[in-house]
Design a protein around this ligand. Structure first.
Ligand SMILES: Cc1cc2nc3c(=O)[nH]c(=O)nc-3n(C[C@H](O)[C@H](O)[C@H](O)COP(=O)(O)OP(=O)(O)OC[C@H]3O[C@@H](n4cnc5c(N)ncnc54)[C@H](O)[C@@H]3O)c2cc1C
Length: 406
């Protein structure tokens, strides 16, 4: 029986520990005082654990997609969900494929996982921050802040997550040890974060939550496009549609970004038909627009077109209507940046996947050192893709460590 140390009691570390315990002695370390603290806050407290429509090509960066594909084949979403089900975490999918626990409680998921770790014999060290990881002969030495007694291990899994939401436990200092061991680290930046924009005129839309299509441009090209739910706030845009584009906004250097907003995704024809039917009517344009758009958006559109709120449709020229459509489908909004790590759900960057074996998650540089979860430079959109990545990569690492002959 060998000694395995797992750094990080998030979904990746937990599922790995459950694979390897029993075969080896497993110690799970976390700087938080509870297991799965970030997991307990996911999906607005409901825990969006996975997604029915999951594909490797939905992950970034594109150069990591083959790696992701291999990992997802070695521990499929189905396999990880079955594992969760065996632990009492039953799931259901929404119409759009987002998978949640039947309890709708992410903290219950963390609680259950904690109970299973303890009952299966995993040694759990909480409020313990790993400050250094050193390779010595065939073993590892793990140094914990404030402790004179380093731990020794035959294999180490680094599942210490990313830099997002530091208030829930995020500490990238350990990456310095990884760099010293010879690994390449990609720059760590906020992702799945709200996008900040010029305040005018969208401050008038504050509080509006709707489905829309967003395209992000810089001075040269369109960088990305998403359709989904967005929320207008006093400083810009929040919600999955905006967050899914945030990793494309570079926060350093001078860049000229802007969003093009389509307020009518899939609804343009419906609105055109409606306006055609009532083109000779006394009904104000604003009233007709409000049958499809939220009132604040409809009002902003007619104001921007200099159309009086009470103007009947019959009094409005074809040119004015077309101008209004142009605004409703390609509303231009300058981007000023993204909110920082505190507001982000994820970070990009971390350990380069080219230096990790996708069949075992073991480092190609340091024998016995494994990686799983967000610490790797892999990130997916909103919708359960990132927890699934943590579960699948953690399971591959756990299975490989269980197979070790120490
Ligand atoms: C508010 C919020 C909501 C989210 N909602 C969703 C969602 O619904 N669906 C989804 O797919 N994704 C969601 N995510 C993203 C998801 O939570 C992460 O991708 C996932 O938790 C990563 O799992 P992990 O195990 O790699 O890392 P983590 O869950 O971050 O776990 C890593 C652990 O390592 C510990 N640690 C770090 N450094 C050290 C150290 N030096 N010593 C000891 N311990 C250390 C940390 O305390 C942490 O507990 C959300 C993120 C946030 C912040």
């Amino acid at each position: 029986m060998g000694q395995i140390v797992i750094i990080g009691a998030g979904p990746a570390g937990i599922i790995a520990a459950l694979q390897a315990v029993g075969v080896h002695a497993v110690t799970l370390i976390d700087l938080n005082d509870t297991v799965g603290r970030k997991l307990a806050a996911t999906g607005a407290g409901r825990g969006n654990l996975s997604n029915r429509n999951l594909n490797a090509d939905m992950y970034n960066p594109t150069k990591a997609q083959k790696f992701v594909q291999d990992v997802l084949a070695n521990a499929t979403p189905q396999e990880t969900l079955e594992q969760l089900e065996r632990l009492g975490i039953y799931t259901y999918a929404t119409d759009d494929g987002w998978i949640y626990p039947v309890s709708n409680s992410a903290s219950n998921v963390s609680e259950l996982l904690d109970a299973h770790l303890r009952s299966s014999g995993v040694r759990i060290l909480l409020s313990a921050r790993v400050i250094n990881l050193v390779r010595t002969a065939n073993r590892f030495t793990i140094h914990i802040e404030g402790s004179q007694e380093p731990l020794a291990a035959d294999a180490v899994l680094l599942a210490s997550g990313g830099k997002a939401a530091p208030q829930l436990g995020a500490d990238m200092d350990i990456l310095q040890s990884i760099a010293r061991l010879g690994h390449t680290l990609e720059p760590v930046l906020p992702a799945l974060a709200p996008i900040t924009t010029a305040p005018k005129p969208i401050q008038k839309l504050q509080g509006v939550r709707m489905d829309l299509t967003l395209s992000l441009f810089d001075s040269k090209a369109r960088l990305g496009r998403t359709t989904g739910n967005a929320i207008f706030t006093q400083w810009g845009l929040n919600g999955p549609a905006a967050m899914n584009l945030s990793h494309l906004v570079q926060t350093s250097g001078s860049h000229d970004y802007w969003l093009s907003i389509d307020f009518l995704p899939g609804q343009s024809k419906q609105l055109r038909d409606l306006l055609r039917e009532y083109q000779e009517s006394e009904i104000p344009l604003l009233v007709l627009l409000k049958s499809i758009l939220p009132p604040k958006v409809a009002r902003l559109m007619v104001d921007k077109c200099d159309i009086p709120a009470a103007a009947p449709v019959r009094s409005i020229s074809r040119v004015e209507i077309e101008k209004c459509f142009e605004l409703m489908t390609s509303f231009r909004l300058p981007v000023t940046g993204v909110r920082g790590f505190e507001y982000a759900q994820l970070s990009t960057g971390g350990v380069a996947v080219s230096e990790v074996d996708s069949h075992s998650m073991m480092s190609r540089k340091v024998r016995g050192l494994y990686f799983a979860g967000e610490i790797l430079n892999v990130h997916g959109p909103c919708g359960g893709f990132n927890l699934q990545w943590a579960f699948s990569s953690g399971m591959v690492a756990g299975k490989a460590m269980a197979a070790l002959t120490c």
